[in-house]
Ligand binder design. Structure first.
Ligand SMILES: Nc1ncnc2c1ncn2[C@@H]1O[C@H](COP(=O)(O)OP(=O)(O)OP(=O)(O)O)[C@@H](O)[C@H]1O
Length: 275
């Protein structure tokens, strides 16, 4: 679907141009779910209701407020007891009519804080994983896509190494390249920078932003980090104690307010609700 410059010598120089115009589908995520998750001696009720426009959506809120569970429901890894989820014009879940699109059919790329790389596979094999047929080698077009992603993410020289033999930032890039390999329609990121030190976090934020823009992929990011939110969010969905407290046009508010002016009251509201 995309052409990546073959002449680029490093990921920072790589250029990628959509061959087609950006997807015209409505870039809205609407979620209205009500479910309980239980663990021995504990139960958590998640009532996440929001409609969020924009290509970069941040789910923001204190620890334990239901952000990751909501992300899992979007991905199809958690089936809510009741509700409806629509992503960019596609209905993924509608419990009233019995619709529940399987996770692997949602065409969603995921990047989690621990990266979940296969430790026994090389960087190249990790990136190729989702494209690999059960038997036989990769198709030529897929091999080319993996080559391009390795180059774009600055991993070509490391393609033969295993996750234990590369740095945290390189692991993060490998996980990102793997998430992008099947040309996902949506990228879900759960605290993707948590494992990185501050200078690397800043660099990876910039690199991820650049890659998302080049691929023109909408994304939903879970974070309770003010700088992550400020770097990425167009729309902010604020969580508190299993509920959505508000949906904010972050980009518009940022024109006249600082991140703290926007985010501090949300944290306060979440704590008040929890208390
Ligand atoms: N599989 C599960 N079974 C039972 N309870 C769970 C399960 N997964 C999460 N929870 C609970 O649900 C609540 C919300 O969890 P969730 O991971 O969505 O929070 P979060 O907002 O993403 O927090 P954090 O920012 O710390 O990751 C927490 O109290 C958590 O302990």
């Amino acid at each position: 679907m995309f052409v990546i410059s073959r002449t680029a010598s490093s990921h920072s120089e790589a250029s990628m141009h959509p061959r087609t115009a950006p997807k015209a589908t409505a870039r809205t995520i609407s979620c209205d779910i009500d479910t309980r998750v239980t663990a021995p001696g504990a139960e958590f009720r998640l009532q996440a209701r929001f409609e969020a426009p924009g290509r970069r959506i941040a789910l923001f809120g204190p620890s334990g407020s239901g952000k990751s569970l909501t992300l899992m429901a979007l991905a199809g890894l958690l089936k809510p007891q009741r509700g409806r989820i629509e992503v960019c014009g596609r209905t993924f879940l509608d419990t009233a009519s019995g619709v529940n699109v399987q996770a692997r059919r949602r065409n969603i790329g995921m990047l989690f804080q621990d990266y979940a790389l296969f430790p026994h596979l090389t960087v190249r094999d990790n990136v190729s994983f989702a494209l690999k047929p059960i038997f036989g080698p990769l198709k030529a077009a897929h091999r080319e896509r993996v080559d391009e992603l390795l180059e774009l993410c600055g991993l070509t020289a490391l393609e033969g190494r295993r996750p234990a033999q590369i740095s945290g930032g390189q692991r993060q890039r490998t996980a990102l390249a793997r998430a992008l390999a099947p040309s996902p329609d949506l990228l879900l990121l759960d605290e993707p920078f948590t494992a990185l030190d501050q200078p690397l976090r800043e660099r990876m934020r910039a690199e991820l932003f650049d890659i998302l823009e080049r691929f023109d992929i909408p994304m939903v990011m879970v974070s309770h980090d003010l700088e992550d939110v400020d770097h990425f969010a167009q729309t902010l969905v604020a969580f508190g104690h299993g509920r959505v407290l508000s949906v904010i046009d972050y980009e518009a508010r940022r024109k006249s307010e600082s991140p703290r002016q926007i985010l501090d009251p949300l944290f306060l509201a979440a704590q008040t609700q929890a208390g």
